[in-house]
Design a protein around this ligand. Structure first.
Ligand code: ZN
Length: 440
């Protein structure tokens, strides 16, 4: 277990000292609705253990939710009432200019809270037995539908890989044998991750001001269906868990360090806590409902954050100079490995297809795993782990690749240079924007 304590300046004019006290919560109609939303999310947590991903609001609200299991029909009726109260009116429907940023933020807040409540109602329906198709579910929970690709879409990419790794037997076996040469040895994992996290932090910090109390710990765990997880505990602290059930390839060091840490989930949660919960006194961000549109923004920014933090050339240079040697790998093979990795990356939507077919009941677990091996080139062990992820998180899978693509498109439409990219990225992390709002 490792701790990283970050100490940098606070946002000018902020009332928030070492972690700080939240701004006193003012009793506005929006805050009253938002408080009730938080309590409904906590009540859902009693039915669905994965639902509340993070909570750092008043402990008594959580204690109250834990005293009994509110019937789903009551939760649903309350959510419907809150949606009714919110109504559809916002201050201005048009995209405001610079001077109207406050209007924009308050409109986004309104629309966002309404959509989060609608997603909560959809989750209630699912827990009550309603069966949604994969696409219906992702639209209802994450405000987005992933494109559907036929097998032929992936075949061209597989052909490119065939040319890169010629030989006998299934391509997936050759890919696995190749990848195995780039595993981080178990006894070097801690050191490699420390170096990756420190570099991601070093690249992120000059672009934003995070509270001085910000820190996290890293734990290595087993027996999970995911490969990494950020548990945000409030007060700018996270626990990041890395699953060591399967071999960890060298590319995962920077990917996970950025995704879970800087500028990904840890930073995202810390900025929401700082900007929205504390400075603005908005209660709704003290809770994070996992099966909600917020997750597409969270996963999309966490994945896109990797390329915000590192250009391709910068990443390869860092891998060559630091991470490959730390992992005991040959630095002369960095370009070869990352050229291969770029090709594999293009297959990411194959995972969505396997999930869609499996969750729609078109194929069973074994067939879904075989499909993942054939089209996403996963080893049988990794494919089996992935189907367990489908069981646990279902259409959540789209949040990673579609989320990244939507975030990338949204940010890059606003300017391509490095500084603009960082600024837009940070603004997105700290604002209540919906996935459908990324398409504007
Ligand atoms: Zn994530």
């Amino acid at each position: 277990m490792r701790t990283f304590i970050i100490a940098i300046g606070l946002v000018a004019g902020s009332a928030c000292g070492q972690g700080g006290e939240p701004a006193p919560r003012t009793s506005t109609p929006m805050n009253t609705i938002a408080e009730q939303y938080v309590k409904l999310v906590l009540a859902m947590g009693q039915h669905d253990p994965a639902y509340v991903d993070a909570y750092y609001g008043p402990p008594e609200w959580k204690a109250e939710a834990e005293t009994g299991k509110r019937p789903l029909t009551d939760i649903d009726a309350d959510a419907a009432r809150l949606i009714e109260e919110l109504g559809t009116s916002v201050v201005s429907a048009s995209t405001p200019e610079q001077g109207d940023r406050e209007t924009e933020v308050s409109n986004l807040r309104h629309i966002y809270l309404r959509r989060q409540l609608e997603a909560l109602r959809s989750r209630v329906r699912m827990l009550s037995g309603t069966k949604l198709s994969f696409d219906e579910e992702s639209q209802a929970l994450y405000d987005a539908v992933a494109p559907t690709h036929p097998e032929s879409y992936f075949q061209g990419m597989l052909d490119d890989l065939e040319r890169r790794l010629p030989g006998k037997g299934p391509l997936a076996d050759r890919v696995e044998a190749y990848r195995k040469q780039f595993v981080i040895p178990r006894d070097r994992l801690g050191r490699v991750f420390d170096l990756a996290i420190a570099e991601c932090r070093r690249r992120t910090m000059p672009h934003m001001e995070l509270p001085a109390a910000e820190s996290f710990t890293v734990e290595y765990v087993t027996g999970k269906s995911w490969s990494g997880y950020n548990w945000y505990h409030g007060n700018y602290r996270s626990v990041i868990q890395v699953n060591t059930d399967l071999p960890i390839f060298i590319d995962r060091a920077i990917d996970l360090a950025c995704h879970e840490g800087y500028p990904g989930h840890h930073v995202y949660n810390a900025l929401l806590e700082k900007n929205l919960t504390r400075d603005r006194g908005w209660p709704e961000f003290s809770v994070y409902a996992l099966f909600s549109p917020q997750s597409l923004i969270a996963e999309g920014t966490a994945n896109y954050g990797i390329e915000v933090a590192f250009s391709d050339a910068e990443r390869r240079a860092f891998e060559r100079e630091v991470l490959f040697p730390a992992a005991g790998l040959n630095p002369a093979r960095v370009d070869e490995y990352y050229d291969f990795h770029d090709l594999i990356d293009r297959l990411s939507y194959a995972g969505n297809e396997a999930a869609r077919r499996y969750l729609n009941g078109e194929v069973d677990r074994q067939a879904a795993a075989q499909w993942l091996t054939r089209f996403a080139l996963m080893s049988p062990e990794r494919a089996e782990q992935r189907t367990r992820f489908f069981d646990d998180y279902r259409s959540y899978v789209i949040n990673y690749n579609l989320g990244k693509d939507l975030v990338k498109q949204f940010i890059e439409a606003r300017g391509g240079d490095d500084d603009t990219r960082w600024q837009e990225f940070i603004r997105l992390l700290g604002s209540p924007r919906l996935p459908s709002g990324l398409r504007q």
